[in-house]
Design a protein around this ligand. Structure first.
Ligand SMILES: *Cc1c(COP(=O)(O)O)cnc(C)c1O
Length: 303
């Protein structure tokens, strides 16, 4: 049994008309933990559980931590999430609802992560938010579902943080012989570590991460995400915070689903008609979701 669900694949008429093509939305926002993360993390947690892990540890105050907490609750395994003081009240509340134990430690994520690692015993499994082949294998199932519904995409649009989603989608596409399909990899300006890696010719650490798309805030993308761009067409796309937030608000009206700016980053190039998609028959956008956004926070953004 899988901890993630089969999500709806819906056609977006507004986005299709805007871009002169058919746009299919994989609605990962409807996953029980609120984002696609449960696919990979749920799969990894199950593997660890079968191998004897009896506690899960995470240092993510975002959607990855929520997915670990959800997986733990479903499997009856206690979960510890170590987060820095900067973690929002809302994120703490959501983790608490899932029954996770929260430890607040340090001013920065690196301090929380160091404590999380120091807690590990051989009964524990540590869940990385993006750099783990088990995660990619789990994320790939979203493409299995798309293909099973008879849609073989000619282009895919997704957002990139640390690159786990990109690695999973690439794996899923390759499973179905879709090696040639280009992937548009969207980031916000202040979180563009993938763009930085492509420019530098290897994953590099970006010094400052800024902006609203906090779920894209990985200082350095994983090696795998970089390597994928050597084997298929990966087109980096950068949007502003304003564009990402506006995309979330328009998407809410168009499709009545609330998503985070991190997800808005993948919707923004479509709303802004930034990609030339007229010659692609079927375009797939991963609506990756996110649990931390509120309508208020989107409306009150000023930048
Ligand atoms: C984690 C996450 C991303 C980025 O995924 P990576 O695997 O880190 O690239 C994008 N959007 C949302 C909502 C996320 O939770």
């Amino acid at each position: 049994m899988s901890l993630s669900i089969k999500t709806p694949l819906l056609e977006s008429l507004p986005l299709g008309h805007l871009n002169g093509t058919r746009v299919w939305m994989k609605m990962e926002a409807t996953q029980p933990s609120g984002s696609f993360k449960i696919r990979g993390i749920g799969f990894a947690c199950q593997q660890h559980f079968e191998k004897g892990a009896r506690r899960f540890i995470s240092s993510s105050g975002g959607n990855a931590g929520l997915a670990v907490a959800y997986a733990g609750r479903q499997l009856g395994v206690p979960v510890i999430v170590v987060v820095p003081e900067t973690t929002s009240e809302r994120a703490r509340h959501l983790l608490q609802l899932e029954g996770a134990e929260i430890i607040i430690h340090g001013k920065m994520w690196s301090e929380a992560n160091a404590l999380a690692l120091s807690l590990l015993t051989d009964q524990d499994a540590f869940l990385h938010p993006f750099d783990d082949p088990l995660l990619w294998q789990g994320h790939a199932s979203m493409i299995d579902e798309v293909v099973a519904e008879g849609i073989r995409p000619d282009a895919v649009i997704l957002s990139v943080g640390g690159g786990g989603l990109l690695a999973g989608v690439d794996e899923g596409l390759r499973r179905h012989g879709l090696d040639h399909v280009p992937i548009y990899a969207a980031e916000t300006q202040g979180m563009s570590s993938y763009h930085a890696a492509l420019k530098a010719g290897k994953p590099v650490e970006v010094t400052a991460l800024t902006g609203v798309a906090t779920s894209l805030g990985a200082r350095q993308v994983c090696q795998r995400a970089f390597d994928i761009a050597q084997t298929r067409s990966v087109v980096p796309v950068i949007v502003t915070d304003r564009e990402a937030v506006n995309a979330c608000l328009t998407f809410l009206e168009d499709h009545r689903v609330l998503v985070e700016p991190a997800c808005g980053a993948a919707l923004a190039p479509l709303y802004g008609k930034k990609l030339n998609l007229e010659n692609e028959k079927n375009v797939l956008v991963i609506v990756c979701g996110g649990s931390t956004a509120t309508v208020d926070s989107l409306n009150s953004f000023n930048g």
